[in-house]
Write a protein that binds this ligand. Sequence first.
Ligand SMILES: NC(=O)c1ccc[n+]([C@@H]2O[C@H](COP(=O)([O-])OP(=O)(O)OC[C@H]3O[C@@H](n4cnc5c(N)ncnc54)[C@H](OP(=O)(O)O)[C@@H]3O)[C@@H](O)[C@H]2O)c1
Length: 319
Amino acid sequence: MKPRRIILAGGSGFLGQVLARHFLARGYEVAVLTRRPTSVVLRVREVAWDGETLGPWAQELENAQAVINLAGRSVNCRYHERNRKVILESRINPTRVLGAAINLCATPPLVWLNSSTATIYRHTFGMAWDEAGEIGGTPAAKDEFSVQVAQAWEQTFAAAPTSRTRKVNLRSAMVLGPARNSVFPVLRRLVRLGLGGRMASGRQFVSWIHHQDFSRAIEWLIEHGNQEGTFNLAAPNAVTNEEMMRTLREIHRMPIGLPASLWMLEAGAFLLRTETELIIKSRRVIPGRLMAAGFDFRFSHLREALEDLCGNAITDISR
Ligand SMILES: NC(=O)c1ccc[n+]([C@@H]2O[C@H](COP(=O)([O-])OP(=O)(O)OC[C@H]3O[C@@H](n4cnc5c(N)ncnc54)[C@H](OP(=O)(O)O)[C@@H]3O)[C@@H](O)[C@H]2O)c1
């Protein structure tokens, strides 16, 4: 019997590598669509595409078990006009062209999972949002641009004419994993330098998911052929920024953790060419549909997730 095949569009980055490892370990064949194919990385076949136009890459989708679209320029940058355009187009164009390619398949993939983000939900200090939560931007959270991008991304996905393929929209929270090109090592370094205090008020919620649960949830969504539509990919227990930083300090037995006020974060973000929205927005999201369906999270609480990650060496999976 031929192995089941998964196509990771934009799969050369952090989450693509996380998913490639997960599915390879389960005997799947994995192909990555990338603008810069190298050779075989991690037994993954890299296939050239431009994320905009149809080409020979579209053949890869024939008869695939699943297509998972992860393409998108990193949001860890300044949101000036040029970057805004690239951030938006690098999500819309790959989604649109994947829809066109799937529609042309003789035997289309069984399921198409497309990335979105938990940032789409309204900044809140109140109750947690499930998939029916309020969507929208808030000037104080500086998230209006990100919410607009997420909405356009989801609309493009919803409009794609792929009636023979099940669709799943992934509203993912921050994925915690032991890779250099992700957030967790950055937080850990701050803690080790004694800079791991609360950020801004520290009251803002952080939604997160351990990389193993992220991969397991995606596998579960692929295998459950009756599940479609939007799913929040987040652990059931969001924490405040203050609690997250305190937990990391405790795990590292670091008694000092200098807090960073809002103006310090603004200055730091300017110098590091990033945006404070990534820190100050209060993201309180629960995986309502996964919980209702009985999905079993391996890491429901942040402490267990961080202890697990701190016990693992940071791996360099960048090329
Ligand atoms: N990491 C998280 O915690 C998280 C949470 C929520 C949502 N997300 C979303 O999930 C997706 C994957 O996240 P990630 O952390 O794996 O990101 P990543 O490491 O930055 O990887 C994204 C990939 O997108 C591809 N890409 C960039 N610009 C593109 C363009 N113009 N056209 C086509 N492909 C392009 C790149 O592949 P090539 O250069 O090889 O073509 C890159 O490897 C992103 O869209 C992100 O917004 C991530």
